[in-house]
Design a protein around this ligand. Structure first.
Ligand SMILES: NC(=O)c1ccc[n+]([C@@H]2O[C@H](COP(=O)([O-])OP(=O)(O)OC[C@H]3O[C@@H](n4cnc5c(N)ncnc54)[C@H](OP(=O)(O)O)[C@@H]3O)[C@@H](O)[C@H]2O)c1
Length: 216
């Protein structure tokens, strides 16, 4: 998982705002790090709401290298037909459930995008990971948010490492998206523990890298 995060743990300026606004304030060296990380992975995944809000390209720019396979889980195939991620800049997989409306699925396929059915009513992320491994030879994947998808991936223990780009801002807002959304935990036995592996300055931005240590 890799995210740009404010000092108060937020991913955007406010609910519904694009993370591109905050990303403008990243040091150019950090932007290069982000794109280098993308180029080093077989796939990159973001949630469908991030696509709806940010209209991200998820391609490798600023450095030499091949763009990874773009993976977007959307249980009801609810991706705007003109979304950049459905364009020809890189290959894309949209993962849907068996309940996704056929018309939407066909519209996505018409854009030349692979559609995987990865669950009955909802995309089942462990199944999606298996399909990506078996059918697309994906061995390394970068998860770039948002908080809802981050929570589900952690819940299924599918995140090995977390890399954070710390932005020296505070934005506030109780409902401003933070690194991990989803449900709260009930007691400390459910905390997901991390081990700090590395920390360094990239340009002017602090970068921290953690190993995720799930309890047995
Ligand atoms: N700063 C950063 O690094 C960064 C990075 C990324 C995003 N963001 C920000 O995060 C915000 C969006 O975050 P978000 O939490 O609202 O949405 P999100 O995590 O991007 O997307 C969540 C959506 O993914 C779909 N999905 C399909 N299968 C799923 C599954 N098994 N588990 C979880 N989700 C599944 C669901 O929509 P369907 O109903 O379509 O299935 C769900 O609502 C935006 O403001 C964006 O700018 C910031």
């Amino acid at each position: 998982m890799m995210s740009e995060i404010t000092v108060d743990g937020k991913l955007t300026l406010k609910k519904g705002a694009s993370s591109k606004i905050l990303m403008k304030y990243m040091d150019p060296a950090t932007e290069i790090l982000l794109h280098r990380t993308r180029a080093a992975c077989d796939a990159i995944m973001v949630g469908s709401n991030t696509i709806r809000i940010d209209n991200s390209f998820l391609t490798v720019r600023h450095v030499e290298g091949k763009s990874p396979l773009r993976v977007i889980p959307s249980s009801m195939a609810d991706i705007p037909p003109d979304a950049h991620v459905l364009g020809p800049d890189a290959p894309t997989v949209v993962a849907v459930s068996a309940c996704a409306p056929k018309k939407r699925v066909e519209a996505i396929r018409k854009r030349g995008v692979h559609v995987l059915v990865s669950g009955e009513e909802r995309v089942h992320l462990p199944l999606l990971m298996e399909q990506l491994y078996d059918e697309f030879s994906i061995r390394t994947m970068m998860l770039e948010g948002g908080p809802t998808l981050n929570w589900h991936m952690l819940h299924f223990r599918l995140v090995d490492e977390i890399r954070l780009i710390h932005l020296p801002f505070i934005v506030g807002g109780a409902d401003t998206p933070s690194l991990v959304g989803g449900m709260h935990i009930d007691d400390e036995s459910e905390m997901i523990r991390l081990t700090l592996k590395n920390h360094y300055l990239c340009g002017t931005n602090l970068v921290t890298e953690y190993q995720v240590c799930y309890s047995p």
